[in-house]
Every structure is written in structure tokens, then in C-alpha cells.
Design a protein around this ligand. Structure first.
Ligand SMILES: N[C@@H](CCC(=O)N[C@@H](CS)C(=O)NCC(=O)O)C(=O)O
Length: 212
């Protein structure tokens, strides 16, 4: 049985954003059952957990003696087992994987900077000075992504793991109006998040938070 790690609890601003969401979503799309290991800060700091995830973060993926960390690597590993996530043809697979890296390397690095400023450092002077430039960089990337998407439903025409990763990255802007300002992306994100597999993944992440 696949086991993934996730947090027992996170503050409301992070609920629905924690990176086990993308792994849960991939597992749901692939139809692979899984169980969760819910952890807290004590476990995060333990040598046992660090031996699975060197940085003490979630998610960790475990199955039959294989342990993986880094949500991108985990999601690609899951995707390799499902044509829902990765097309059968080699070129299609390569293009879908390219979008996973684009989401993580060309979008998330900017979006994460904005989230760090707004959610963790809003009262710091350096953050206030830096924010306009970071917001501009995010806006530029969003416009470029929207231009590339054009009037297609998904980045490769059909849904792939690239859309899954891109959607989870775009969600980190939910505290802003930046996605709303780009109607193509707003519709794209809504389309991806309407997938039943996403809804199941989100409900599963939120479940333990509600119990507290
Ligand atoms: N690059 C890693 C980042 C993982 C990550 O940032 N996880 C966050 C939750 S979304 C975490 O565990 N934060 C707690 C910490 O860093 O101590 C991945 O994609 O798996």
C-alpha cells in the first residue's frame, strides 16, 4: 500500500495548499489507493523522519521499500503508472513532463516569493520594498502562461500531469486577485479543480484539519 506523509494540522492560510495535495491528486487521477501518515513538528524534526525527507518536509511517498521525497519527483513517479497523467507516446510524455518542470521552475519560484512576502513577512520593510517587483514578475509569468495556453482547455490540449502541477502552483496565489485578472487562467484553474480527483484530494487533505 502506498503511504504519503501529510501534516496533522496547518494554519488556515495553508490549508488546501500543502504540497501533499498534488500527490493525493495524482494518486486519485491514477486510481491508486493510498494511506496517510499524519505528522507534527516533533516527527518532522526526528532523525527517523529526516532519514526519509532530508529537510523534514512533507510529502514523503513510500511503497514496497521505495521512499521518495520532492513532490515533483513523486508526482512524476505516479504519473508514469497512468495514461490519465502521461500520454502513451514518447513525445507527448516528454512534453507533459516539461510542463511539470515549467510549473516548478518557471512559475512556482516567483509565486512562492510572493506568498513568502504576503503570508510570512508582510510587516517587514524589506518585503514591502521588494513586493512590487515580485508582483510584476508573477504577473508577467501569468500573462506568458495564458498566451501559451491560448484557447486550449489544457496545456497539451488534453489533461496531463503538467496541468495538475500547474494548477497546484497557481493555487498559491489564492490570497491575491492576480489569477482573476487573467480570465484565461481563471477558467483554466477552475476547469482543472473541477475534476473529481482534485475534489477528492482536497477533501482528504482538509479532513484532519477539521477535526481540530
Ligand atoms: N520542494 C519540496 C518542498 C516541500 C515543502 O515545502 N513542504 C512544506 C509544506 S508545503 C513543508 O513541509 N514545510 C514545513 C517545513 O519546511 O518545515 C517539495 O516539492 O516536496
Amino acid at each position: 500500500m502506498i503511504t504519503i506523509s501529510a501534516f496533522k494540522w496547518v494554519p488556515p492560510f495553508a490549508q488546501g495548499l500543502v504540497r501533499d495535495l498534488r500527490v493525493r491528486w495524482a494518486l486519485e487521477e491514477a486510481g491508486l489507493p493510498y494511506q496517510t501518515r499524519l505528522i507534527d513538528p516533533d516527527v518532522q524534526g526526528s532523525s527517523e523522519y529526516r532519514s526519509l525527507q532530508p529537510f523534514g518536509q512533507v510529502p514523503v511517498f513510500q511503497e514496497d521499500g521505495l521512499t521518495l521525497f520532492e513532490s515533483g519527483a513523486i508526482v512524476l513517479h505516479i504519473a508514469s503508472r497512468s495514461e490519465v497523467l502521461l500520454p502513451a507516446d514518447a513525445a507527448g510524455r516528454a512534453r507533459a513532463m516539461t510542463w511539470v518542470f515549467a510549473a516548478l521552475n518557471s512559475m512556482e519560484i516567483y509565486i512562492q516569493q510572493l506568498a513568502e512576502i504576503d503570508l510570512f513577512n508582510a510587516d517587514q520593510q524589506w518585503a514591502q520594498l521588494h513586493r512590487p517587483d515580485v508582483e510584476k514578475a508573477v504577473q508577467r509569468r501569468l500573462q506568458e502562461l495564458a498566451a501559451c495556453l491560448g484557447d486550449r482547455e489544457y496545456l497539451e490540449g488534453r489533461f496531463t500531469v503538467g496541468d495538475l502541477m500547474m494548477t497546484t502552483v497557481l493555487r498559491n496565489l489564492r490570497h491575491t486577485r492576480l489569477i482573476n485578472a487573467v480570465p484565461t487562467l481563471k477558467a483554466y484553474q477552475e476547469r482543472c479543480e473541477a475534476r473529481p480527483a482534485f475534489q477528492r484530494a482536497l477533501a482528504a487533505q482538509m479532513e484532519p484539519f477539521r477535526q481540530r
